[in-house]
Design a protein. Structure first.
Length: 108
């Protein structure tokens, strides 16, 4: 009889270990519901993450475009400043020449 009891206990222990090792597919309904909610939240958060990553990529591209545009505008501004300085020099030369011509005409 002792042998049978030991065998029964051994069998129960083996079944318990096997159930623990293989995993149990039964979950309480509230736990299943909670798992479902968390999976839905994870899916929603992954979608939000993808949307935000796309927005970051778009904003990074826009930033690079704006930097390029600012550099081009700075170059154009420098070019216009140089042109303006040249025109001021030409104007000063023309005014000096006109003043010379006017002063020579007044002398005669």
């Amino acid at each position: 009889m002792m042998r049978t009891a030991r065998q029964a206990v051994g069998a129960v222990v083996c079944v318990g270990l096997l159930a623990g090792v293989t995993g149990c597919d039964w979950w309480p309904p509230t736990l299943q519901e909670r798992i479902g909610q968390q999976e839905a939240q994870i899916k929603a958060l992954l979608g939000e993450k993808a949307r935000l990553q796309a927005k970051v990529t778009e904003l990074s591209k826009t930033l690079e475009d704006m930097k390029a545009q600012a550099a081009q505008m700075e170059q154009t501004n420098n070019s216009l400043k140089t042109q303006m300085e040249q025109l001021q020099v030409s104007l000063a030369q023309a005014e000096a020449k006109a003043a010379k011509v006017t002063s020579t005409k007044k002398r005669k």
